[in-house]
Design a protein around this ligand. Sequence first.
Ligand SMILES: [Ca+2]
Ligand SMILES: [Ca+2]
Ligand SMILES: [Ca+2]
Length: 168
Amino acid sequence: MPKQTMLNPMMISWLISQVDLRELSPFSFGCRSGWVTHGSSCYHFSHDTEPWTGAQHFCREMKGQLVEINDVNENAFIKAQVKLRKQTFWIGLTDVEEEGTWMWMNSQTLLTSDSFTNWAPGQPDNALDNENCACFYMPLNFLWNDCRCHDNYYYICEMTDHSSEIVG
Ligand SMILES: [Ca+2]
Ligand SMILES: [Ca+2]
Ligand SMILES: [Ca+2]
């Protein structure tokens, strides 16, 4: 019976180099369980309802933030997910700081005429002078609506590769 070959340090370091660490860590690449991948982001669709500030809080607790919708592709993906769930969902867009000035809260990006939006016709209308938080609104066919921030809705969290650069 041949003598068993011992692994020498060179062989060990070669073996380690063959292992893609990204595949071993659920946190550094791909999405954690409970999150859905699309493009370079992970998304979590909540199973509970919260007022808008509570939704923002819980997204941050999960190391994400309320979703920021940057383009038509991201919107289409999320709208499809939201339609499956047949609920109204909060997004990270608000005009709470200045009425009529909409801002993606996490990145502090103001909506301009060039920004992608998907408001329902006639929205945002700031109904009863009391609607400052945006949502995918089920009664308006999942187009965006400004809703009352203190109402309880489901919410979508987003985690991007560069989340840690934006937060703080
Ligand atoms: Ca985004
Ligand atoms: Ca408003
Ligand atoms: Ca409205």
